[in-house]
Design a protein around this ligand. Structure first.
Ligand code: ATP
Length: 257
């Protein structure tokens, strides 16, 4: 089956928002994008523009008021219909690691594998430990690792159950600048090695540019452009996009490619 004809994720004409008493506050409007299998996307925008709301609708924690969400052509959400989060096969990784402090690193990674046999879970856990380069820390506890190492464990735990899509909500933002850029590149390499599709939410332009195949620029609940970094630099969809992307980000990106 042709991936181009059937994107992994389709967001079609979404309206998202929150009920406030008897009224409805629209946060996201007319929001559409396609993510292909194996593609890494970012949603980039200033605080409060609605990035997390989109991620929460994809993961199944917020309802859709208009439009449709499809994953591998299966309808996940439309008005009045929500496939529960645990049935979506979508992995998640957040900024606050959310590791279990009383469990060792290997037990944290194996947490989502409880339906598998012990042998099968151990095989995947070992593979994940190798993927993130922390085999030596299997028996350690989270507090014994650095912030960057803890985020690697959070990544391993999120991808161990082989989700169809990984959602990352500002996963690098608690880390210092050097660590975050290196980790963003390491995580990208790991996702590419596993051919995993992902969407990152960030307000950090450099992070979005180095991490993603496609960048979605959101302003005031609207998707201004969904395109590769190079397309956004060469052909910004509007003056708002052109004004939004900082020159130092373009310079840094062009040095890297
Ligand atoms: N449960 C809620 N009820 C009402 N309004 C909400 C709720 N959650 C978020 N909002 C509002 O929706 C808007 C978008 O929030 P969202 O968290 O999606 O933005 P964001 O772009 O991810 O911001 P940030 O980068 O600061 O995390 C904000 O104005 C926020 O106040």
């Amino acid at each position: 089956m042709n991936n181009i004809m059937h994107p992994l994720l389709q967001l079609q004409q979404l309206t998202l928002g929150y009920s406030q008493g008897s009224s409805f506050k629209k946060i996201i409007q007319n929001f559409s994008l396609d993510l292909q299998k194996g593609e890494i996307g970012s949603l980039l925008g200033s605080s409060g523009c609605g990035k997390t709301t989109v991620l929460r609708a994809i993961s199944g924690f917020e309802p859709v008021y208009e439009g449709h969400i499809y994953l591998e052509n299966h309808l996940l959400a439309e008005k009045g219909r929500m496939v529960p989060p645990e049935e979506r096969q979508i992995g998640m990784m957040f900024q606050d690691y959310a590791l279990f402090p009383h469990l060792t690193i290997e037990k944290n990674i194996a947490f989502g594998l409880h339906k598998l046999s012990k042998v099968a879970a151990k095989k995947i856990t070992d593979e994940m430990l190798e993927l993130i380069g922390l085999q030596q820390s299997a028996k350690a506890y989270p507090h014994e690792l650095s912030g960057g190492q803890q985020q690697r464990v959070a990544l391993a735990r999120a991808i161990a159950p082989s989700p169809k899509l990984l959602l990352l909500d500002e996963p690098f933002s608690n880390l210092d600048v050097d660590t975050r850029e290196k980790l963003a590149l390491d995580v990208r390499a790991i996702l590419k090695e596993k051919q995993l599709s992902a969407i990152l939410v960030t307000h950090n332009q450099i992070e979005a540019f180095v991490f993603s195949d496609k960048i979605g620029i959101i302003s005031q609940g609207q998707l201004l452009q969904w395109a590769s970094a190079q397309e956004i630099i060469n052909s910004p969809a509007s003056s708002a996009v052109k004004d939004y992307i900082r020159q130092d980000v373009i310079t840094a990106y062009q040095k890297m490619v």
